[in-house]
Design a protein around this ligand. Sequence first.
Ligand code: MD3
Ligand code: FE
Length: 219
Amino acid sequence: MRGANLALFDDTPLAGTREQLAPGAWVLHGLALEHADALLREIESIAARSPFRHLVTPGGKTMSVAMTNCGAVGWFSDRRGYRYAAIDPTTGKRWPLMPEAFFRLAREAARAAGFDEYAPDVCLINRYEVGARLTLHQDQDERDRRAPIVSVSLGLPATFLFGGLARSKPQRRVPLVHGDVVAWGGPSRMRYHGVLPIKEGEHPQTGARRYNLTFRVAR
Ligand code: MD3
Ligand code: FE
């Protein structure tokens, strides 16, 4: 596969390689590269139906990352808490269906990380403008924590913070670039993680933005 797509990988020397961060946690470099155009078109189509919005946390802060979802349910927060629901509170309608291409890529990535028959029911879509960040957190609103999470990075690069099972543990910094996919489950599923503020830049396919897809089994 790598040989047939060399042109795609010219700017991404690690593409086609995989790196284990911890037991159950893998970076699959460049796995989404050849799908990036199609994924970005799907994001546009989803956002036309369920627009990106800056959620308010239960503490009353507005998040710098803008979010939307596709799938049977979607994740959001408001003053009443963090949760998944079948209806998008912004539109009053169901979230857009998860595109086939999203599901296939997530399943392929999970398999490469050792998790067979992955069947995510939600994809949370994050949009980062320059300066946007995600503070250290755990993903703990999903009912079934045995299932892994798969994440796809598109557009501007980011520095990912990969922590431990307690907030106070030291964090490793992991650079993630356009086309990288991360899968983490098993003993790594509940690790703390975050994203440092996105640095200024221009990406040929997304402009001054980063997108991140995270696939989950929520219910
Ligand atoms: C977690 N998104 O939406 S995903 C989120 O890049 C979220 O937008 C981030 O955290 C983003 O909840 C990060 C990538 C990721 C990678 C490795 C991890 C999350 C991880 C390892 C352990 C725990
Ligand atoms: Fe997270």
